[in-house]
Design a binder for this molecule. Structure first.
Ligand code: SF4
Ligand code: SF4
Length: 394
């Protein structure tokens, strides 16, 4: 783990399980039995959510069968570019991350907080508490597991605990997939979050040619697969899985040097580079919508056509929106350069002060889904004056 990502303790409410994988915990799931595994999750009462192909991308949605997974698909990612391609094999998880993250289930884009009703001229308000869903997230990558850990530090702090997040988080079963390939936009190895999964998963699967090596992270994960009566994974399977993860690390298309990053960025608050980035940035907020750790929201009152009812909603918002920094009668961050600077320095510098970890886990989504291809792994070295030029690399 890098110096910049060393967590400081924060008092968390209901901290997620974070111990090392249980001893004697590696099992072998043959590919032919994957459907049995999915059935076991569903029969245990979970709504099973996982990767699926929709509208030309791999997104997260309901899964019931192996055929719902992106079998035989992979993706090509670059700054501002994403496209699906057919694989030469039938791997179910032969890709990395798409535009969705698990944030959309734990911290939904729109959530009703309060409903109001007027009767006989008197308004009464009620907190809206839907029963917490029991959901299984299939295909949580190492960087995404780390991102959930980051959001835990935001939403589960003692004294500031978000009850809706806490309930959804407690009900979520985390089934990780350890990456055996990386996209050109990935840099989780730099951030110490992947490709191997850190603590926090219930089960972690590594896909190899003829099946999956399964690591058990929690008693809940063990209980889930116990009825399948899986054999222990053999040395050959374990070695293949380790080789796959090593391959992903080698394929990683980008890096970000984290040593001294906080201090370096905060020393560049007046750099002309912010204005140069602002010439390209559209302030569209795509990067914050796809980021698995961004948590900005606004609260809005939503009237209805019925004049006797009203709802108060929390909606995702973004520090890239012009009026997001409205304070005391004015907008604090007037220019796009100010807003990009706020986003980047919060992610990589002041997040450490606030939450004790980096706000970036190296998933690369903000690079891929930026319509003009702004790439923080390029902008950070440029800001710090450490960018490699053509002559330097010779
Ligand atoms: S800042 Fe970009 S690379 Fe980092 S976690 Fe967010 S989307 Fe992923
Ligand atoms: S950096 Fe890219 S994705 Fe983010 S607001 Fe600017 S143009 Fe949009």
């Amino acid at each position: 783990m890098t110096e910049a990502s060393t967590p400081i303790p924060l008092p968390l409410v209901d901290p997620p399980s974070a111990g090392p994988p249980l001893a004697d915990s590696t099992r072998w799931l043959p590919r032919a039995r994957l459907q049995h595994f999915l059935d076991a999750i569903i029969h245990a009462g979970f709504e099973l959510l996982g990767p699926t192909v929709d509208s030309g991308a791999i997104v997260y949605g309901p899964i019931r069968e192996v055929a719902d997974l992106p079998v035989g698909w992979t993706e090509v990612q670059e700054a501002g570019r994403y496209r699906l391609e057919r694989r030469a094999d039938d791997r179910c998880f032969g890709f990395t991350v798409g535009p969705h993250s698990w944030k959309r289930y734990l911290f939904p884009p729109v959530e009703t907080l309060v409903t109001g009703q007027r009767q006989a001229g008197v308004w009464t308000f009620q907190e809206s508490r839907l029963p917490a869903p029991k959901q299984a997230f299939l295909g949580v990558r190492g960087c995404e597991l780390a991102a959930i850990g980051v959001q835990d530090r935001v939403f589960l702090q003692e004294g500031q605990c978000d009850p809706g997040y806490a309930a959804r988080r407690a009900g979520a079963l985390l089934i990780a997939i350890e990456c055996t390939q990386a996209a050109a936009t990935c840099f989780c190895a730099s951030m110490g979050t992947g490709p191997e999964c850190g603590p926090g998963f219930d089960l972690a699967l590594t896909e190899i040619d003829h099946g999956f090596v399964v690591r058990i992270g929690t008693p809940r994960g063990r209980d889930l697969i116990e009825p399948l009566d899986l054999q222990l994974a053999g040395n050959d399977e374990a070695d293949s899985a380790a080789a796959g993860r090593a391959q992903a690390r080698e394929q990683m298309g980008r890096t970000l040097a984290t040593a001294g990053l906080r201090e370096g960025l905060l020393a560049q608050l007046r750099s002309p580079r912010w204005d140069e980035i602002a010439q390209r940035c559209l302030s569209c907020a795509n990067c914050t919508a796809v980021c698995p750790t961004c948590f900005c929201s606004s609260v809005v009152d939503v009237p209805s056509l019925d004049p006797d009812t009203i709802e108060r909603e929390r909606r995702w918002d973004s520090c890239f929106q012009h009026d997001f920094s409205w304070q005391g009668g004015g907008v604090i961050r007037q220019t796009i350069g100010h807003r990009y600077r706020q986003w980047l320095t919060h992610k990589l510098a002041t997040w450490h002060d606030q939450f004790g970890v980096s706000g970036c886990v190296g998933c690369g989504r903000c690079i891929t889904w930026c319509p003009v291809g702004i790439d923080l792994t390029v902008e950070v070295p440029a800001l710090l004056g450490t960018a490699v030029t053509a002559g330097d690399s010779a």
